[in-house]
Design a binder for this molecule. Structure first.
Ligand SMILES: [Zn+2]
Length: 224
């Protein structure tokens, strides 16, 4: 595990303190919990993000906008920590800028949020280029390939089954079903096969509801 779940304060109920404004929350779970602890203790209100996880295509659009339309700085697609679930961009208008800006003028290692395992990266000389771009502290000393940074770290939402999923997710799902006797074929394909033992997806037929007979033979009371 690359991002420590013990070295810094965390808040397990992170959704109370970390809000994604129309952004993808497929971010390293421990990092979300650190951001929540920082919001809880320092900001004392939820922090909002305008960006979390980005697909390659999303990054490409941003890069084109930066390169050719004078848009805000964006990394080359395939080279952003957002694409590797390790960065969140503060949504200024709906967040508490004050505390974050106080960190913005301090170098990494001296920022308040460093105590919560978060740092603002992107120094260009003596200047912070992206005050909104927050990342896990472990990245500060990492010089390797971004795509192999995370190891067995849990990424929020990554184990959710999606339509057309294939491979390892489906295999582990099928293996789990085999264990409880609900599946026979483990092939990584999320479609029941003729020789498999598909799980029942509909409710069992209901017992017919008894109709109340109004016939005197049933309803007659015995007089005592
Ligand atoms: Zn960013």
């Amino acid at each position: 595990m690359r991002i420590s779940d013990t070295a810094y304060p965390i808040e397990k109920d992170w959704r109370k303190w970390v809000i994604f404004d129309g952004a993808l929350d497929r971010v390293v779970a421990v990092f979300l919990q650190r951001l929540a602890a920082y919001s809880r203790d320092i900001l004392k209100r939820p922090i909002h993000f305008i960006a979390g996880f980005r697909t390659y295509d999303m990054q490409l659009k941003l890069w084109n906008n930066y390169k050719y339309n004078g848009g805000p700085y964006a990394n080359y697609p395939g080279n952003s920590w957002h694409e590797f679930s390790c960065a969140c961009d503060v949504h200024g208008p709906s967040s508490n800028w004050g505390e974050i800006m106080r960190d913005y003028i301090l170098p990494p290692g001296k920022q308040t949020m460093n105590k919560y395992g978060i740092y603002i990266t992107c120094w260009a000389g003596a200047q912070v280029r992206e005050w909104w771009h927050l990342m896990p502290m472990e990245i500060m000393s990492y010089t390797g390939t971004k795509s192999t940074f995370l190891t067995d770290d849990v990424v929020n939402g990554e184990d959710e089954m999606k339509l057309n999923d294939n491979g390892p997710d489906v295999l582990s799902w099928q293996n789990a079903l085999v264990k409880v006797g609900k599946w026979a074929l483990v092939d990584g394909v999320p479609t029941p096969k003729p020789n498999s033992n598909p799980i029942r997806t509909s409710d069992p037929p209901r017992k017919p509801t008894p109709t109340h007979s109004r016939s005197p033979s049933v309803c007659r009371r015995t007089e005592s």
